[in-house]
Write a protein that binds this ligand. Structure first.
Ligand code: SAH
Length: 492
């Protein structure tokens, strides 16, 4: 029997690009992923289609999956021989209970690896422009819990040693006890004027900071209503932020945009949006799967000279030839004339040694066979007066990972805008919302922006209200729109 393997992986603090290369690789290989509330849900789009996802954050009607239950869950799947990833926010060994989980695995002789992640204290301070150590201002730092196991929850710490011995102190889970923390530090040796910075949702575009001193920080935080997840940084280095801040005051800071399409199709745009401070989450919502029927392929062979084969997209060329190969059929036995829906398709056909005629609108087709992905074929058949036959190469379905990622990104307010730049992505979004059962209502709290009137019409026909329309995905137009449109404030 295959032996199980467990990876205890740090997902990083928020920004999805801060997971390690190794962390990403094992996530892509995992058969079971047990994930925390504090991970960026976008990371779930990396897992395999059929991976099992288990959430162990707060459940709607129950409390958090208890640590014993999580451990039981890890054991069950590892014993079945599965590759399990336990994905945690930040670093798994910094207030992440990795010690208990690893001990349990060792006890049961289950192989495991610990994959470190960037912990919030390191990452959020870096994004806020605060160096934890500094040749002049700080020769030490400590990460400290701001939450104790006593009934009151107040931290039980050697305050004296901490105040006197450490220059920069980073508290985790401390917002609730901020007043106690400040009072203790002042009474044990730090001056009341020591600078303090509180950073909420560090490394996300929605990162917020409140700056003050030990004397006034508790009051300031209370006034802004800032809550967890947040870290508290105490020390002189905080003052350096006035010169070093680089992240949270950019043009699109606070903007978080979901694009329903593959990252590689929007690479340049995504780069620009990120450089301006936005979070961008782009992933194809639907998954293609091969759907070619052998009889359909056979019907194109030999005698089918009267038929006209119409390739509808560049992708369809490769997919079709592949299908012939997979069914042990030979494309050279196809004798029908071949047409390309547009010049890009013709170019692709030419690249594999097939000469095709361009399909002109006026060209009278007699017995067309439309070749393409399901959506392409459907749309071609509505446009052409002769319905013709169809060779559907791929169909689309939704996967649990995309449902999970999409719902969590919106529900946990990691996304406040939707950007749709083509008809096919609009169709993809609508199909996804229908097939997944999520429905278009989920878009109601989002700033929906699209390119082109026909895309807007399509979305509105699917009950998605479009607030902003741009005529072309010109970056300046897009930036202005995202900068000036009021950010949608969502209820917590
Ligand atoms: N293992 C995690 C910490 C888990 S404890 C790590 O290494 O980062 C949970 C606490 O971490 C939160 O209460 C908060 O204090 C801190 N935290 C986690 N993510 C954060 C973020 N993006 N910004 C600010 N604080 C964060």
């Amino acid at each position: 029997m295959k032996k199980g393997m467990v990876y205890l992986v740090g997902a990083g603090p928020g920004d999805a690009e801060l997971i390690s290369v190794k962390g990403k690789r094992v996530l892509q290989q995992a058969e079971v992923v047990i994930f925390d509330r504090l991970i960026n849900p976008f990371l779930l789009t990396y897992v395999k289609e059929d991976a099992r996802l288990i959430y162990c954050g707060k459940q709607p009607c129950r409390h958090t999956l208890r640590q014993e239950d999580i451990q039981k869950e890890i054991l069950i799947h590892a014993r079945k021989g599965k590759t399990v990833v336990r994905l945690k926010g930040g670093d798994p060994a910094v207030f992440g209970r990795v010690g208990e989980e690893a001990a349990l695995l060792a006890e049961h002789h289950i192989p495991y690896e610990i994959v470190p992640g960037i912990t919030a204290g390191i990452a959020a301070t870096a994004y806020a422009g605060v160096p934890l150590t500094h040749r002049v201002h700080s020769d030490s730092f400590a990460v400290v819990t701001g939450h104790g196991s006593k009934k009151s929850g107040a931290p039980e710490i050697n305050w004296q040693a901490l105040s006197k011995g450490v220059k920069t102190i980073v508290f985790y889970m401390g917002i609730k006890h901020l007043k106690t923390i400040a009072t203790e530090l002042i009474s044990r040796g730090k001056t009341s004027e020591t600078p303090v910075l509180v950073i909420q949702w560090g490394t996300y575009s929605k990162q917020r900071t409140v700056e003050g001193t030990l004397a006034n920080i508790a009051h300031k935080v209370e006034q802004t209503g800032l809550t967890n997840p947040a870290i508290i940084v105490v020390g002189e280095v905080v003052a350096l932020r006035s010169k070093l801040a680089w992240y949270d005051n950019r043009r699109l800071s606070g903007r978080s945009i979901l694009i329903p399409g593959a990252e590689e199709n929007h690479a340049a745009l995504i780069d620009q949006l990120k450089q301006q401070g936005a979070d961008v989450f782009a992933f194809p919502l639907l998954t293609d799967y091969a759907a070619v029927e052998r009889e359909k392929l056979e019907s194109l062979l030999g005698s089918a000279e009267s038929k006209e084969l119409v390739f509808l997209s560049a992708d369809s060329v490769q997919l079709c030839l592949q299908a012939f190969g997979e069914h042990n059929l030979d494309f050279r036995h196809v004798h029908s004339p071949i047409y390309a829906a547009d010049s890009s398709v013709r170019k692709r056909l030419r690249s594999v040694g097939i000469q095709a005629e361009l399909l002109q609108d006026s060209h009278p087709l007699q017995l067309p066979v439309f070749i393409g992905k399901e959506a392409e074929v459907e749309s071609a058949r509505t446009q052409h007066p002769r319905q013709g036959e169809a060779l559907i190469l791929t169909k689309q379905r939704v996967s649990q990972k995309n449902i999970e990622a999409f719902q969590r990104l919106v529900a946990e307010q990691h996304v406040n805008s939707l950007l749709i730049t083509s008809r096919s992505e609009a169709r993809q979004l609508l199909t996804f919302l229908t097939l997944s059962g999520i429905g278009p209502k989920i878009c109601a709290g989002l700033q929906v922006c699209c390119k082109g009137k026909d895309v807007k019409r399509l979305l509105q026909a699917g009950n998605i209200v479009v607030q902003s329309l741009i005529e072309d995905a010109e970056l300046t137009e897009l930036f202005n729109m995202f900068q000036t449109e009021e950010r949608v404030v969502m209820e917590g």
